[in-house]
Design a protein around this ligand. Structure first.
Ligand code: SF4
Ligand code: SF4
Length: 90
């Protein structure tokens, strides 16, 4: 899968769930249109992290437990800029 000519798997943008806080309410699982989450036992799991849209964090504020976190978007942007610099031009 590519994202703006970069291998999506090279970009560390995806949610992380604090399993101690998650109550398996399914909100994130039902909301995400990209099937990033799966329900597994007593928590949601990030099953397909690289299907998460780079820069999207819409599900974070919906979690009633505050269990979902994302990396710092500024750091990711800087990281992507570095990746692009290292890429061979077409
Ligand atoms: S919305 Fe929050 S509490 Fe609900 S399943 Fe997702 S991570 Fe767990
Ligand atoms: S940030 Fe957007 S794409 Fe990523 S898991 Fe949440 S709702 Fe899905």
């Amino acid at each position: 899968m590519m994202w703006r000519n970069i291998q999506r798997e090279k970009i560390p943008w995806f949610p992380t769930i604090d399993e101690k806080k998650c109550t398996a309410c399914k909100t994130c699982f039902e909301f995400c249109p990209h099937s990033v989450y799966q329900m597994e036992g007593t928590t949601a799991k990030v099953d397909h992290p690289y299907q998460c849209v780079v820069g999207c964090s819409n599900c974070q504020s919906l979690c009633p437990q505050g269990a979902i976190s994302f990396p710092d978007i500024k750091e990711i942007k800087a990281f992507i800029t570095d990746l692009k610099r290292d890429q061979p031009r077409e």
